[in-house]
Design a protein around this ligand. Sequence first.
Ligand SMILES: [Zn+2]
Length: 50
Amino acid sequence: MRDSHFERFRPICPSCRSTGTVSPIHVAHVERRVDDDVIDGSLMCGTCRT
Ligand SMILES: [Zn+2]
């Protein structure tokens, strides 16, 4: 996913959402990147660390 798309969509954590909390998800680790496109990586919630 491109960085600009991620910033525009601003995904929230589904785990926190199930408890009524809105927590943003951020890119925790980038394994492989091509220009502004993250090919492989991982996401993490800043609140519950899922
Ligand atoms: Zn969460």
